[in-house]
Design a protein around this ligand. Structure first.
Ligand code: EPU
Length: 416
């Protein structure tokens, strides 16, 4: 596997364009099989998309991808078990559960993959399918989910899980009757999925709220959607800009999707300005320490928790970060400490002591957002940093090296 080398402390200036959202596109691609022919625009160039394309190919779904637009034709799709070789490459492979259950009333699929950041169970998804009338059997590593008929039901989620909301939506749009999802996730990526399903003829009310009402239809057809800008990618580059920017412009940003993130930057006194769909960033001095707690949308996103920790190292004093969504999302701190940081992990909370000047080291990417945190660290560290195991990063950051090189970063790929 390749590794990334970075020489730190180069000013970043120019423009970075944000790609389509990873967490949207990974539900939109499985959703596409619910209709015969669909179009998805602004598809990011990430390995999670390549792995989903591999699954589509295996299921005999035809598609063509050109200039970020994918045309998908599922008329000749076959229903075969999705084996571990395919399912384990990413978390979102399990969205084929809901989509294929909706389409064929039967799906067989092995355990999903994804970042090792906590238990990440998917019991709410399976209970939701059962509520809709499906039987769930687990044989070794294979989940067999089938129903003679899917029937609308009221489902009260114990927690507003993104994945469970997506999977239940995918199955419910073709069920008989009305499904209500209470305590549904309201992340913008779910709104994007609902927009796509509605463009296919699905009847869904309550997008962007915690109560979704789905009136099942017998058939879906057509379907077109543009993937929303990736709010986590945007947040990551905004952080790069407030650490190393010299008028670095982050373009195609949905600032309204990042409200709680900007509130934290304001509290810290970070130097940035929102102008339409652009965020203009500059190196920030005299940053104040803050206390952050991750939460479901619109709270502070867990996916920006590790990246912002790198900025907290610049603040003058002690900051705290409490992670409430995942049990194991502080693996970045080990490597930041090796680069000279002082971060203490106390259960679900970390204490970050600033200000610190990091220095380049050999570090390893344990998961996607930890990788982003290390890239941010390397960009502002003294000397050279080597980041290994970058397969995690490539899952979620479209053209990372190219985007950063274009704005003046000294960053390149190297074979191990
Ligand atoms: N949970 C359960 N049971 C369930 C479902 C969830 O206990 O059936 C727990 C999980 O273990 C976790 C918490 O609930 O502790 C949150 O899980 P959720 O289902 O909301 O998250 P997810 O669908 O697994 C998506 C994103 C994550 C992002 C979270 C929260 C995708 C493919 N993944 O995960 O993205 O952190 O929502 O916003 O959309 C990332 O991009 O780096 C990433 C991890």
């Amino acid at each position: 596997m390749d590794r990334i080398k970075v020489i730190g402390k180069h000013d970043l200036s120019g423009k970075i364009y944000i790609s389509g959202s990873k967490n949207s596109v990974v539900s939109l691609l499985p959703a596409a099989i619910l209709s015969d022919e669909t179009v998805i625009e602004k598809v990011p160039h990430i390995s999670d998309v390549e792995n989903l394309e591999e699954i589509l190919r295996y299921l005999n779904v035809k598609f063509s991808l050109e200039s970020g637009t994918i045309h998908i034709d599922s008329r000749q799709m076959i229903n075969v078990p999705i084996t571990e070789d395919y399912s384990s490459k990413l978390r979102a492979s399990y969205y084929f559960m809901g989509a294929m259950l909706g389409k064929f009333k039967k799906v067989e699929i092995s355990f999903p993959g994804g970042c090792n950041i906590g238990a990440r169970s998917f019991d709410f998804h399976l209970k939701g399918f059962e509520k809709l009338g499906a039987r769930v059997t687990i044989k070794d590593n294979l989940y067999i989910i089938e129903a003679e008929e899917l029937k609308g039901a009221t489902i009260n989620l114990p927690f507003p899980s993104v994945g469970a909301t997506v999977n239940i939506l995918l199955a419910a749009v073709l069920a008989n009757g009305k499904t209500i999802i209470n305590n549904a996730a309201s992340e913008p990526e779910i709104g994007n999925l609902i927009e796509f399903l509605i463009s296919m003829g699905a009847q869904i009310k309550g997008a962007n709220t915690n109560r979704l009402e789905i009136d099942g239809v017998t058939k879906l057809s057509g379907g077109k959607v543009k993937v929303i800008p990736d709010r986590i990618e945007a947040g990551t580059y905004i952080l790069a800009g407030v650490m190393n920017g010299d008028n670095l412009e982050i373009c195609d940003v949905r600032a309204d999707h990042l409200t709680s993130f900007f509130e934290v930057l304001d509290e810290m006194g970070a130097n940035y300005k929102i102008v339409g769909n652009k965020v203009i960033t500059n190196k920030s001095l005299n940053l104040k320490p803050v206390n952050i707690e991750t939460a479901v949308y619109p709270g502070f996103p867990t996916d920006l928790q590790q990246p912002i920790t790198t900025l907290l190292l610049r603040a003058d004093g002690v900051s705290t970060v409490r992670e409430t969504i995942y049990e194991n999302r502080f693996q970045n701190t080990k490597y930041l400490n090796e680069m000279g940081a002082h971060i203490e992990v106390l259960g679900d909370t970390i204490k970050v002591f600033g200000p610190t000047q990091l220095c380049g080291k050999f570090v390893r990417t344990s998961d996607l957002r930890a990788g982003a945190a290390l890239v941010l660290a390397a960009l502002s560290a003294d000397g050279e940093t080597t980041i290994s195991d970058i397969k995690h990063l490539l899952r979620g950051y479209s053209d990372l090296i190219k985007k950063l090189t274009n704005v003046g970063a000294k960053i390149w790929l190297e074979d191990e």
